[in-house]
Design a protein around this ligand. Structure first.
Ligand SMILES: [Cu+2]
Length: 187
């Protein structure tokens, strides 16, 4: 992987991937993708989709420039006990005030017919289409080092997110506003 894509991947992993909306209904957190190899023809994306609104929503489609086709898949055990992937015709529901967890071995966004392949650390743009919230485009980094289980009860992860976000906002706003207004008015 290149230095540039590594830096991009690191930056992505430390911040929320959200659209620039004033009051987003849907927030996508912790998105990452996997491919079996740099030249693999397919890959999958995983993430946590949170519904901050008071009505249910549904992920109904997805697309990306890096893939000929993007489908919503899940894994199911067949009669022989093998795990099979199959398309979710009705999409993925995200209940009001709840979340949908897209993880390995479960629901996922399947990218098929990768045009140039995706190497570890590559970042690509993925557009999610929601029934109610409309389209949300996010950057997803390929991360083959990610462990299989996507445990939401990870205290360390949640703690750094909340702490960094809260204090950063408050300080930035107060000082910037105060000095700008003061000097502007006097002159
Ligand atoms: Cu799949």
């Amino acid at each position: 992987m290149t230095i540039r894509s590594l830096v991009a991947a690191m930056a992505l992993s430390t911040c929320l991937v959200t659209p620039a909306l004033a009051d987003p209904k849907i927030m996508v957190e912790d998105a990452y993708a996997r491919t079996a190899s740099d030249s693999a023809k397919s890959g999958a994306s995983f993430m946590i989709i949170q519904n901050m609104g008071d009505s249910d929503d549904r992920l109904i489609a997805a697309r990306s420039d890096v893939a000929a086709r993007v489908e919503l898949h899940t894994h199911k055990e067949n009669a022989e006990g093998l795990m099979m992937m199959l398309p979710l015709e009705d999409g993925i529901e995200i209940p009001a005030g709840g979340e949908a967890l897209l993880k390995r071995g479960g629901d996922h966004v399947m990218m098929m017919g990768l045009t140039e392949g995706l190497a570890d650390g590559d970042v690509f743009s993925l557009t999610l289409v929601f029934e109610d919230a409309g389209e949300i485009t996010l950057d997803v980094a390929v991360d083959r080092g990610r462990k299989a289980s996507h445990d939401h009860g990870d205290m360390k992860h949640g703690g750094t997110h909340d702490g960094g976000h809260g204090s950063g906002h408050d300080h930035g706003h107060d000082s910037a506003h105060g000095s700008d207004h003061g000097s502007g008015h006097d002159h």
